[in-house]
Design a protein around this ligand. Structure first.
Ligand SMILES: NC(=O)c1ccc[n+]([C@@H]2O[C@H](COP(=O)([O-])OP(=O)(O)OC[C@H]3O[C@@H](n4cnc5c(N)ncnc54)[C@H](OP(=O)(O)O)[C@@H]3O)[C@@H](O)[C@H]2O)c1
Length: 164
């Protein structure tokens, strides 16, 4: 099974601030939507709360130690391993880990694909992506967007596949 990370990070590796994204990037949200549609997305409870609702046409798997209100399109697990098992039962090909910092850190060693929007900014924030050694990964540019009215910063999207 492909275990992928889908993330946008700044040049100083920031991914979040005050339980929100630190930027407004419309084209990255469209990329997020097209990459995740009809696949299971696994996230921490704080990221689910930050999004604020189940995303349509995808199963959200929320990792939490707390009791969680049941919602259409949302499954919960009290462990990451349990969450991966739920994902595998739905769609054995790929589970997409969508954050946040705690869940990326806990799954980075298991991930075999990273889809990273490298955002052209140095920004303040309180949540970082794990440090990764890029020489362990094969890199391919899959998208490039300019700064404009829809995107607060320019960004490039790379797919990284783990080298054998
Ligand atoms: N730039 C991006 O691409 C991106 C993507 C996603 C999120 N973000 C940002 O990241 C931030 C949120 O990240 P975060 O690190 O604060 O939180 P998070 O990883 O979204 O969620 C953390 C929560 O997940 C649960 N959890 C984690 N590990 C667990 C385990 N092993 N077993 C059971 N539950 C576990 C706990 O929930 P309970 O406390 O309920 O037990 C924990 O409090 C926000 O600012 C968000 O906007 C950015």
């Amino acid at each position: 099974m492909i275990i992928s990370h889908l993330v946008a990070r700044s040049a100083n590796n920031i991914i979040g601030s005050n339980n929100d994204l630190p930027w407004s990037l419309k084209d990255d949200l469209l990329h997020f939507k097209s990459y995740t549609l009809h696949k299971p997305i696994l996230m921490g409870r704080k990221t689910f709360e930050s999004i604020g609702r189940p995303l349509p046409n995808r199963t959200s798997i929320v990792i939490t130690s707390k009791k969680f209100e049941s919602m259409d399109g949302v499954l919960t697990s009290d462990s990451i391993e349990g969450g991966f098992q739920l994902a595998k039962d739905i769609f054995p090909e790929e589970v997409i880990v969508i954050g946040g910092g705690e869940i990326f850190q806990a799954t980075i060693e298991l991930a075999n694909k990273l889809v990273i929007s490298e955002v052209d900014c140095v920004i303040d924030g309180d949540i970082s992506y794990p440090d990764i050694n890029l020489s362990d990964w094969r890199k391919e540019l899959i998208g490039e967007y300019a700064k404009n009215n829809s995107n607060e910063f320019a960004f490039k999207i790379f797919a990284y596949e783990r080298k054998d």
